[in-house]
Design a protein around this ligand. Structure first.
Ligand SMILES: Nc1nc2c(c(=O)[nH]1)N[C@H]1C(S)=C(S)[C@@H](COP(=O)(O)O)O[C@H]1N2
Ligand SMILES: [Mo]
Length: 523
């Protein structure tokens, strides 16, 4: 190392920043970029926030098998897992970008700019965001590049080596700049969050008040479930109702901003405002919903009292033209679903445009202000949440979200049953063991549930009172077991005479089949 005379007037030499400092340049620039993007998104829409937009883009691009795996493995935590995975990858990349820039700022600048471009693309392709939304990832790009250059300069400005007078000064200048970036990011991030939540739909939901149906659903009899014996309660409380959707953040739609447009193969296009629907005579129906991603024995089945109007009424007002096959419904976030027009117009089925659930306006995550519910069809072809658009069309003309990803066009819910008690690998005293669970065959009804121990003879379980053919039915039975490892299996028979098949099928393309078996130990 050449010694320099500190009194010379030559400009300060640039040295390579240390490894930690270099990595921090990248990570802090990423943080600043995301925070500034989040702040700008606070003025536009939370979904314009680059991190969420990229996450939503990743969800839409994920291969169907992987998504199915994620829903099965992580359940409702699938989104948290995705966001955490993205955090690890982006922080890692940003750190590497910083390290690659110890000599020249250009590699890091390029990577940070590339992050920005990915954010811009992710926002640009979202159907629920207008062109103004691009401002958020654009602000991220500018902030990211600017902050990276700033930190890089602060880290490299030195008058000489480590043990020379200028070194301490440079470290201090990096620390001061870095702390400033950190504080600024925190302010921007929190500001974006506050702005975003000020625009949420919670207050609008609270203002809806009670949705009183003119026709309430029949009261649920006390013997509709065997909750004391280990079945779920008949009605699923809203906060326990399963949730499946592609939205990383719950869409925020206020009743005053909501409208539903009906168009396509109709005689007259119609647009309804929230008050138009709310002021109609409302009906209430008890319906068991099921997700096509529910594995044998899985949790994605729940029951609620839904309040709303008959969707057939609205379609008839618009006048469905001959040749119409598909009702393509769109959510405010661009998700789509295709329901057979025949199923919607079938008065015996009772497809609803629902506003309420279990005595409350729809919870935000279950589709507030309005959603579709169709008894007997899996949710992805029938239950659009945050619904804003209904297009009457054909199957050939339009393909809905999951159909583009390999799932079936027609998706009636399959007859299934599940054991809730005992749970897998539970240890129980030998002797009399109680088995309990649920069975469903929406739109047909459950006729019988049978259980068997260790491939022994089938024995008939006791069924709960039937509430409706569109709802699940609970069952229980008792088995005599000796000490040891045992298996209990159940199967349902529906009212069409069909016995639930033993053949194992996966969830793709139109729902899992097979018998649910639980292994337990008796002592
Ligand atoms: N907007 C929107 N609606 C949607 C979905 C979605 O991803 N986006 N998922 C559907 C699926 S796959 C199911 S099973 C049901 C689940 O409704 P829930 O979350 O209220 O239980 O919503 C349906 N409606
Ligand atoms: Mo689903």
């Amino acid at each position: 190392m050449t010694a320099r005379d500190p009194t010379t007037t030559e400009p300060p030499a640039r040295t390579r920043p240390g490894v930690l400092v270099a990595a921090l340049c990248g990570v802090l620039a990423l943080l600043a970029a995301l925070a500034v993007g989040h702040l700008v998104a606070g003025f536009i829409s939370v979904n314009a926030s680059p991190y969420l937009a990229v996450g939503n883009g990743a969800i839409d691009l994920t291969p169907v098998e992987l998504k199915d795996f994620a829903v099965r493995t992580f359940g409702t935590h699938d989104k948290l897992v995705l966001l955490s995975g993205m955090a690890v990858v982006s922080v890692g990349t940003a750190a590497l970008a910083g390290l690659a820039s110890r000599r020249s700022p250009w590699p890091g600048t390029a990577v940070v700019a590339l992050f920005g471009v990915v954010g811009i693309v992710a926002v640009a392709v979202r159907p629920d965001l207008g062109p103004v939304a691009i401002l958020a990832p654009l602000a991220s790009l500018v902030a990211g590049v600017g902050v990276f250059r700033l930190l890089h300069r602060a880290a490299r400005t030195r008058s000489g080596g480590r043990d020379e007078p200028g070194a301490g000064k440079s470290r201090r200048s990096f620390l001061v700049t870095g702390a400033g970036v950190l504080a600024g990011s925190a302010v921007a991030g929190v500001g974006g969050q506050l702005l975003g939540s000020a625009r949420d739909a919670t207050a609008s939901r609270a203002a809806v008040g009670r949705l009183v149906p003119v026709r309430t659903a029949p009261a649920i009899p006390a013997d509709a479930d065997f909750a004391k014996l280990g079945t779920p309660p008949f009605l699923t409380p809203n906060r326990e109702f399963y949730r499946v959707d592609t939205a990383l953040t719950v869409p925020q739609v206020r009743t005053e901003d909501w409208s539903l447009r009906i168009h396509g193969m109709v005689e007259a296009e119609k647009t309804y405002r929230y008050s138009d629907i709310r002021n109609r005579p409302l009906v209430e129906r008890t319906i068991t919903m099921t997700c096509v991603s529910n594995e044998v024995g899985g949790p994605y089945v729940s029951t609620a009292n839904f309040v709303g109007v008959d969707l057939a009424d609205l379609l008839e007002e618009a006048g469905v033209k001959r040749g119409a096959e598909q009702l393509l419904s769109s959510s405010v976030d661009g998700w789509t679903s295709g329901t057979p027009v025949a199923a919607v117009l079938d008065r015996g089925r009772g497809t609803m445009l629902a506003l309420g659930m279990n005595g409350e306006p729809l919870p935000l995550e279950h589709g507030f202000p309005a959603r579709l519910v169709t008894p007997g069809l899996y949710g992805y072809v029938s239950a659009t949440k945050w619904v804003v658009d209904l297009e009457v069309t054909t199957w050939a003309a339009r393909q809905a979200y999951w159909l583009e990803r390999g799932w079936g066009e027609q998706a009636p819910i399959k007859t299934e049953s599940r054991i809730d008690t005992p749970t897998g690998f539970q240890k129980l005293p030998a002797g009399t063991v109680r088995v309990a669970g649920v069975a469903w065959a929406q739109h047909t009804g459950i006729d019988k549930v049978e259980v068997r121990l260790d491939n022994g003879p089938w024995q008939q379980a006791t069924l709960s009172a039937q509430v409706d053919v569109d709802t699940w039915r609970m069952w229980w039975s008792e088995l005599e077991v000796r000490p040891g490892l045992h298996q209990v299996t159940c199967r349902a028979v529906d009212r069409s005479g069909y016995t639930q098949t033993q053949d194992r099928a996966g969830t793709v393309p139109d729902g899992a089949t097979g018998w649910h078996t639980i292994t337990f130990t008796a002592k």
